[in-house]
Design a protein around this ligand. Structure first.
Ligand code: DON
Length: 319
């Protein structure tokens, strides 16, 4: 009986018209107003709060989108979950455990207290401390060459050229005193591995890379497709690293709300204060959504609702 149930849910998922699904979910939440644009990065406060887009890309490379799909937003923390692959490509998965950590902080993404409370200091690669440490660990001859590694890795995931949104980069550079403090604190504990200011700058540039939901869903679909970009067919990260990358996303992709997210939706996901979220159903889909207003944890309200509704309809839950 249980296997019959499982079979029927698979059949249902296979039967779902994905274009209709993204259209319906977009319509369902179009007028949903909750949350606020982040203000600590002034350029993010100025983004149109009504923008809303959803994309699904399958592991075979089929694409379905609805809403403001041409709007390019800054990936912000989403970049962290993919930049980690650049580090693993270069130094292997154990380097993450040895130098950064992979546990949840249970605290906000820019928490200084998390650094003080945990002996690992950076705690995990998806909070600001761990993401700055990740950037610092990547080895290159100079800052330009390191940026090339970071940028081309993100482009390999997206399967297209990406550019830094200059207004966001400038706005965040002008206001990122807290990240500078985090980097200095890590350095104090011997958990930052390159020049402090350069590491913060490269991290800030990475957060300012522009993306639309379709490109973001392709990035997620590359994880869903065991590290091979379904559009370009290029191996972006080794298949054996993908479960580890997704485990980190499941543990801390939505920061202090990661447990709640996993309980409700059951998919590894990563959010950014730019309003984007990418969720991954291994073997199946990358599901991306974008809407600028975020909740107290810094996660887009409508993007969470849209992905939750889609995942439910698709019976997509890793558990
Ligand atoms: O460093 C920061 O604060 C931002 N560039 C990124 C933070 C972020 O996206 C957290 N997300 N939900």
């Amino acid at each position: 009986f249980i296997s019959l149930l499982a079979l029927s849910s698979q059949v249902q998922a296979a039967d779902v018209d994905l274009q209709k699904l993204v259209n319906d979910v977009h319509k369902q939440f179009l007028s949903h107003k909750e949350g606020n644009n982040p203000t600590y990065i002034p350029a993010l406060a100025a983004v149109d709060s009504d923008l809303f887009a959803i994309s699904i890309v399958t592991a075979e490379g089929k694409k379905y989108s609805a809403g403001d799909i041409n709007h390019v937003f800054s990936m912000q923390s989403i970049g962290k979950a993919f930049n980690l692959a650049a580090l693993i490509n270069q130094q292997g998965a154990q380097a993450v455990v040895d130098n950064i950590g992979v546990n949840a902080t249970g605290l906000p993404f820019s928490s200084i207290m998390a650094i003080e409370l945990n002996e690992e200091r950076s705690v995990n690669p998806l909070v600001n401390a761990g993401a700055i440490a990740t950037v610092s660990l990547i080895k290159a001859k100079n800052a330009d060459k390191k940026w090339k590694i970071i940028e081309s890795n993100l482009e390999n995931f997206a399967g297209s050229e990406l550019t830094v949104l200059k207004d966001i980069y400038k706005s965040e550079t002008d206001t990122n005193v807290k990240n500078q403090s985090i980097a200095r604190l890590l350095s104090n504990y011997g958990r930052l591995y390159d020049d402090i200011d350069e590491s913060v700058d490269l991290y800030t540039r990475m957060c300012s890379v522009g993306i639309n939901t379709e490109q973001l869903a392709i990035m997620g679909a590359t994880y869903a497709n065991a590290g091979i970009n379904p559009m370009t067919k290029k191996e972006v990260v080794q298949a054996e690293a993908v479960p580890k990358l997704l485990a980190v996303m499941a543990t801390s992709g939505l920061y202090d709300d990661s447990g709640l997210w996993l309980y409700k939706v059951g998919l590894p996901a990563k959010s950014g204060v730019g309003g984007g979220i990418i969720a991954v159903m291994p073997g199946k889909y990358g599901i991306a959504a974008f809407s600028p207003p975020v909740d107290a944890a810094g996660n887009s309200v409508r993007a969470q609702l849209a992905i939750e509704a889609i995942a439910k309809k698709l019976n997509a839950n890793i558990f």
